[in-house]
Design a protein around this ligand. Structure first.
Ligand code: ZN
Length: 265
């Protein structure tokens, strides 16, 4: 985890520090070394949230695109008392989960049920075969009437099967933490696979990183990227992820390299 409570404040890990878990309230120890990024770990082996994944540089750099107080949000289910820590929860109520490790489809399903309005961002660099498979499968995409949107007849030829039955949009990041100088390299974009609403083709959108991040921040994500209509099939709906429009709360400051709060007077 990136944050723990230290004297009541959400604090990042520093050498020798101790804190309290924002989810289960047990003691956390700061782990700061050269191999792994600085993080907090539970003192006992018991992990409070079974969904917590050990954090990689990839997770951290994705989370850092969003304001600190949107990151690692403990969300309880008021009826069952079940509690999980969302990687990012925007002010508009959208949960963004960054998934590096392999996930069992059953667990994927439970998380989608728990968070309801969510989107996955999947690290497409974990397995060597993922990107070549994507490139090969991409040749069979069909254009839709909307620019940047495609029909994918055989999604399993493009993407890991774990993600194909998802009820939330799944965004594949094939660049990972690498930086790629060639601006035309396909890995600089993100590929959003929408939930399949029928047994026919899936719909996919190509989204730039900047557009994904800024539209998640200003609440327009999936409002702007709504799907094109397929005249032959029932139009898929995105009701579960449409978010209310609100005034933007943050803007991107290129000098600071991050989003900062807009102060209104
Ligand atoms: Zn905990």
């Amino acid at each position: 985890m990136k944050f723990a409570f230290v004297d009541g404040n959400r604090t990042e890990a520093t050498n020798g520090a101790r804190g309290v878990c924002p989810s289960c309230g047990s003691e956390l120890i700061a782990k700061c070394g050269e191999v792994k990024i600085n993080h907090w770990a539970h003192k006992s082996i018991r992990n409070c949230d079974p969904w917590l994944e050990s954090e990689t540089e990839w997770h951290r750099s994705w989370k850092n695109n969003f304001p600190d107080d949107w990151q690692e949000i403990a969300l309880p289910d008021e009826q069952t008392g079940e509690k999980h820590i969302a990687d990012v929860r925007t002010i508009h109520g959208l949960v963004i989960e960054f998934q590096h490790s392999r996930i069992d489809p059953q667990e994927r399903c439970s998380r989608e049920k728990f968070y309801k309005r969510m989107v996955w961002v999947v690290n497409g660099t974990r397995l060597k075969r993922d990107y070549p498979r994507f490139l090969k499968g991409k040749q069979n995409w069909r254009r839709t009437s909307k620019q940047g949107y495609f029909f994918v007849d055989f999604p399993d030829e493009c993407f890991p099967t774990t993600w194909l039955g998802s009820s939330a949009p799944v965004i594949f990041d094939f660049r990972g933490t690498e930086s790629i100088d060639d601006q035309y390299d396909l890995r600089n974009n993100l590929y959003c696979l929408f939930p399949r609403q029928n047994k026919r083709e899936a719909i996919l959108a190509i989204i730039s990183r900047e557009s994904f991040i800024s539209s998640a921040i200003n609440g327009e994500l999936f409002r702007k990227h709504h799907e094109p209509q397929n005249q032959n099939a029932k139009a898929p709906t995105q009701n579960n992820i449409i978010v209310r429009r609100r005034e933007p709360t943050h803007y991107y400051d290129p000098r600071k390299g991050r989003f900062v709060k807009i102060w209104r007077f």
